[in-house]
Design a binder for this molecule. Sequence first.
Ligand code: DAH
Length: 355
Amino acid sequence: MKQQLENLKNEFIENITTIDSPEALENLEKNFLGKKGKLNDILKGIKDLSNDDKKIIWPEANKLKMFISEEVTNKKIAIQEAKYAKLEEDEKIDVTAEYPSNNKGHKHPISITSNLLEEIFISLGFRIEDGPQVEDETHNFDKLNIPDNHPARDVWDTFWVSDDINKNKEAGKKNLLRTHTSPVQIRTMLKWELPIKIIVPGRVFRYEQEDARHTCNFYQLEWLVVWKGVTFGDLKWTLDTAMKKLLWDSTEVRFRPSIFPFTEPSAEIDISCQLCKWSGKVKWENCKMCSATGWVELLWAWMVHPKVLKDAWVDPEEYSGFAFGMWIDRIAAQRFWVSSSRMFYQSKLKLNEQF
Ligand code: DAH
């Protein structure tokens, strides 16, 4: 029987070396140590042995049982380790590997332009303010001197938040997608931290018929200065300096009188069209950006209306201010010679990758 045990051990050793899966290992263990396994098969004959022989065989059988159990445990660990080593190898990530450079993302032309504008204004001592894109009627209209039923409200084709939400709200509290960045003027003045010298870059929304200059959402940059004795001269200097830094020296700027309920007087400011110039003409007959006029409307501005100051608890007898609004998309189109600002929103990689 001792020989039988010896043979069984050898057979086990031979078998276990070829095993490489947990399932096969389990079967092997069952085959050797299970109730109906090979070891028990041999031990069935133990009852026929003499007491002296039994004393020799029992410890031998136990030793073999322990040996098999231990080998099975070791093999189990070895199989696990091999599995994880393979996984590690297969899923290895080399964080230092170089990413193919043509797949690198980069900033969108509107972000590039917005960042440039921010840099220019920060260098002139302005700071950046932000406001909510879902605004209320008071900040978007009323406090900018555009009360309910004022005809000027029609100028801004407004996206109102759904009737379900707005129907229970009192006038002034109704929500809309802000039509311009001007409400942030009000939010800043209401904080009453004078002097104010801010810019507000941000996304605005209008129910527009889309064309080369108009899109349903676009980006504006608002500037506001409020302090004692601020004059039109300050406005002109700021405008000249910013435009010189932003555009080419040869760019011409012209003022046209206009009407805005929140500035008095008011002006629209055009720049000479860079797309026409690029085509080698002052007025390029195919230019969609300026409709072949040679001028692009880029800014609106002038002195903050005293009523707007007063409604924001700023005393117009003591303080004055100027405010501008400009369209970042149109500036981006002018800077990058893109014929339609609508193209910026069409996820055209071919276009965006050029800048
Ligand atoms: N908020 C105006 C618009 O979107 C533009 C504007 C006009 C802004 C005059 C100003 C301003 O700050 O002074 O049409």
